[in-house]
Design a protein around this ligand. Structure first.
Ligand SMILES: O=P(O)(O)OC[C@H]1O[C@](O)(CO)[C@@H](O)[C@@H]1O
Length: 444
């Protein structure tokens, strides 16, 4: 089980002196993180989570997942940002991006409360017609508008179909242990609740009940996921020279200081798309502040080479790529030769399709680096639960260290409030009356 940093393709972009130069800053960041005296130090619960999680709650999560699997065709996961991306990312990477369509003995899973689009919600509502379903509503604050609105609708659907009493067996709330509207409502209604610890922020919460309950419902082995994360927790305490996580954080900052302000997380596997969405929130919300921060973006190759490839190869030189090189696909496909060879593709045959995908990777990394795009490679053996847990922890810790080296508080998100207060004022939420007229005047 491992994730290894390969710096072979960085030679033309980063030299040894630069790494030696930033090393002390990374070590200071790690020291702050571990001695809990840095910015945002009341949000460090995720650091020891893989070994210090609540075992009693973990058992309840597994038991709840079994009940949902037994009595539901569909699980509705209600949450936004860190309250749904991690679960969806893990499920799609561990199972399939087509999870709902593949043959399986676990419930379909639909994600709502991650937008305010009525058509999307209507479609999910109609997919529940005639099906047995349960709901997992997830919100740390318990007050976020998008999931709260969706929950109002699905709570009523469960109650209308099953009655108030049975609703207690079908609605699961993951939220703060004591505070917030969702916690109060859940206690009043008698729902089973799971806790997002005070010191774990949303984007660092995938290894709490936030991610674990939906992941377990999808039939993934959450013990193995935590085992992988625990191994990463131990491995990435090593000193800088033996720590790929710290080196990755260092390299990102070196490249950023040289004008590479956009990181593109690349994979060659469509099941990685939602993991990239999770990565975008993790790094974007952690580092993008005080007018600073690497802009996190993502692509799946070779797919996006046919849309974004031109820009990457030849556009503004602001990019670096971080390629998650998954060595072993879940399954392979042997390409048979064809006697007539009318399509001229016999040169690709007599081998597994993964070999063709690897040549695409090799050709691309050479082309892009020659085009002036630094490539960091993260080698992951496969997408088993252990390796995915390991990778999740790798990115979480790299993000925290990278943010400290950048000189920001990686654990707050003050900038997210601006759109919310404008929206609330425009909608006439009590308490926001003052701003409404001024905003409407600006809109014209
Ligand atoms: O779990 P909550 O409190 O509903 O928040 C959901 C998401 O919204 C944010 O708070 C931003 O508004 C994210 O940080 C968070 O992951």
């Amino acid at each position: 089980m491992s994730l290894k940093l390969n710096t072979k393709y960085l030679k033309d972009f980063v030299n040894e002196d630069e790494i030696a130069g930033i090393k002390a800053q990374v070590e200071a960041a790690a020291q702050s993180l571990h001695s809990k005296n840095g910015l945002g130090n009341d949000f460090l619960g995720w650091v020891e989570l893989p070994t210090a999680y609540d075992k009693e709650e973990f058992a309840r999560i597994k038991a709840a997942a079994e009940r949902i699997k037994a009595n539901s065709d569909i699980l509705i996961v209600i949450g936004i940002g860190g309250s749904y991306l991690g679960a969806r990312a893990a499920i799609e990477l561990l199972k399939s991006p087509l999870y709902n369509n593949i043959k399986k003995d676990t419930p379909d899973i639909y994600y709502v409360g991650n937008s305010i689009n009525p058509a999307y919600l209507n479609e999910i509502i109609s997919l529940c017609d005639g099906k047995d379903f349960s709901v997992n509503v997830i919100s740390k604050s318990g007050t976020t508008t998008e999931p709260a609105l969706a929950f109002r609708i699905f709570k009523k659907m469960v109650e209308d179909k099953y009655g108030k009493e049975e609703a207690k067996n079908r609605i699961f709330a993951t939220t703060d242990k004591a505070r917030g509207t969702l916690k109060n409502l859940s206690d009043a209604e008698g729902y089973e609740t799971f806790v997002i610890p005070d010191d774990v922020g949303g984007r660092f919460s995938v290894l709490t009940a936030v991610g674990l309950l939906p992941i377990a419902v999808a039939g993934c082995d959450i013990d193995a996921l935590m085992k992988g994360a625990a191994k990463a927790q131990a491995d990435f305490e090593a000193d800088f020279d033996n720590n790929d996580c710290y080196k990755y954080a260092a390299l990102r900052n070196i490249l950023y200081r040289k004008g590479k302000s956009v990181e593109m997380l690349v994979s060659y596997d469509p099941s990685f798309v939602m993991m990239s969405e999770w990565y975008k929130q993790l790094f974007g919300e952690s580092e993008g502040k005080d007018n600073k921060g690497i802009f996190p973006s993502a692509a799946v190759f070779s797919t996006d080479l046919h849309s974004m490839g031109q820009y990457i190869q030849d556009g503004a030189r602001i990019l670096f790529e971080t390629v998650v090189d998954i060595k072993k696909p879940k399954t392979d496909l042997f390409l048979e030769p064809d006697a007539e060879n009318l399509d001229g593709l016999n040169f690709l045959t007599n081998q597994n399709m993964s070999v063709v995908n690897r040549k695409a990777f090799e050709g691309t990394v050479l082309a892009h680096t020659e085009g002036g795009v630094p490539n960091i490679i993260l080698e992951l053996d496969d997408t088993t639960e252990e390796n995915v847990g390991y990778m999740i922890y790798f990115f979480e810790k790299a993000c925290a260290i990278s943010g400290y080296v950048l000189g920001v508080n990686p654990f707050n998100q003050p900038g997210v409030e601006s759109y919310k207060s404008n929206m609330f004022a425009l909608l006439g939420k009590p308490g926001y009356e003052g701003a409404k007229a001024a905003l409407e005047a600006k809109l014209g």
